[in-house]
Design a protein around this ligand. Structure first.
Ligand code: PLP
Length: 385
């Protein structure tokens, strides 16, 4: 007998199919998906042109060893480069966010010759050894970290400035901490860390697994905040639904590393890179990022009621940027209970590590008008309360 490892607490939602931001249930009901598969569904479910790209590449040349070059690699590099901050960058392709972070930290420590990594309370960077060591979750931890770790309080620049020193090789952070409850960096925090890293010769690493690929209304969070790291990582939405991890480094940083430091069997295969090239070019296409901002504004207006929020609206405030939003609930409300309530009214949202914060991370193609469906779910829940 084989049963699945009991790793996930699932939401009992019998989904039969999905299209765009709609989930169709087995009983024919339609649910608005404002969770977007953990930020993976950049273009929504079943995007027709992404499907065509994947099918075409699969027929032409499904997989290639990294010994061989292929056209999708060049197409991907060209499309991805168009969205990057200025400068010379190199990219290494792997298969997941955790792997992308492992590779970034390995690179940073090799390039600096140091063994200490600074990270932040509330952080989540994945479940493999190095990624777990810099994550703030006991559940994901190994008994021992593969390097020395300095954990700093998120958002406290003075404390970071005081405690970072010349032993630190890398400072890793999510520009917005998602799992922690969409906690945004205080003004000046990222710029202050950038400056301190420069003073110390430490490398600044942004984990853009969630904040990247257009989610904040700019291709990368670094462009939204105007602070450019030495390395950044992404995964989730970069190929719109196929597994991918990307470690992006300044060329000068990568040049300081020995050959053979990184490798992957599946990373950088033709089918996944054809998909990633398509996603990158869609992000750069006219109106795409404007839609992210428009849909974000519509959701904010819908949630806060646009008119007068009634006493029973469970949401007290909204934080985040673009289509990575945290809904902070009123005191006494439970995120899991509100999620279940809204789901019974046809809208799926996510919870977070903060029991009073719900997360929205829908497809970036979400139509602004669909925010009205969330407004009615809230209104129906209010009436029922
Ligand atoms: N970094 C961040 C910010 C994440 O949210 C996640 C996953 O949720 C990861 C890294 C790990 O990504 P993966 O599950 O693809 O290993």
């Amino acid at each position: 007998m084989l049963t699945e490892w009991n790793a996930y607490k699932r939401v009992p939602l019998p989904v039969a199919s999905a299209k765009g931001s709609d989930l169709w249930l087995q009983d024919g009901r339609r649910v608005l998906d404002l969770y977007g598969g953990h930020c993976v569904n950049t273009l929504g479910a079943g995007d027709p042109s992404l499907g065509e790209v994947i099918a075409r590449q699969w027929q032409r040349w499904s997989f290639a060893t990294n010994l061989l070059d292929h056209a999708p690699r060049r197409d991907f590099q060209e499309a991805f480069a168009a969205n990057l901050p200025a400068g010379d960058w190199v990219v290494f392709c792997s298969n997941s966010g955790a792997e992308a972070n492992e590779n970034a930290l390995k690179t940073a420590l090799a390039a600096t010759g140091r063994r200490l990594v600074a990270c932040f309370t509330g952080a989540f960077h994945g479940r493999t050894a190095a990624a777990a060591a810099v994550s703030d979750t006991k559940k994901a931890a190994f008994p021992q970290a593969p390097f020395e770790v300095l954990r700093l309080p998120w958002g406290d620049l003075a404390e970071a400035q005081a405690r970072l020193d010349g032993r630190v090789g890398a400072v890793i952070l999510e520009p917005i901490q998602s799992l922690a409850g969409v906690t945004i960096p205080p003004p000046g925090f990222l710029a202050g860390l950038r400056q301190r890293c420069d003073e110390l010769g430490a490398l600044l690493v942004f984990d853009e697994v969630q904040t990247g690929n257009g989610r904040l209304g700019t291709p990368w969070a670094s462009q939204h905040y105007g602070v450019i790291p030495d390395l950044f990582t992404t995964a989730k939405g970069a190929a719109g639904g196929l597994p991918i991890g990307l470690t992006v480094a300044r060329a000068a940083v990568a040049a300081r590393c020995p050959d053979g430091l990184l490798g992957s069997t599946f990373g950088g295969g033709p089918t996944v890179l054809a998909a990633a090239a398509h996603v990158a070019s869609r992000i750069a296409s006219p109106g795409f990022l404007a839609n992210v901002k428009g849909a974000s504004a519509s959701l904010r207006a819908a949630i806060l009621g646009a008119g007068t929020p009634t006493k029973r609206n469970p949401v007290a405030s909204i934080r985040g940027e673009g289509l990575l939003l945290g809904l902070v609930l009123r005191e006494g409300e439970s995120a899991a209970a509100v999620r279940d309530h809204w789901l019974s009214r046809g809208v799926l949202v996510g919870t977070s590590d903060d029991p009073r914060v719900l997360r929205l991370s829908p497809a970036l193609t979400l139509e602004p008008a669909s925010a009205a469906r969330l407004a009615s779910a809230i209104a129906e829940s209010e009436a029922a309360a």
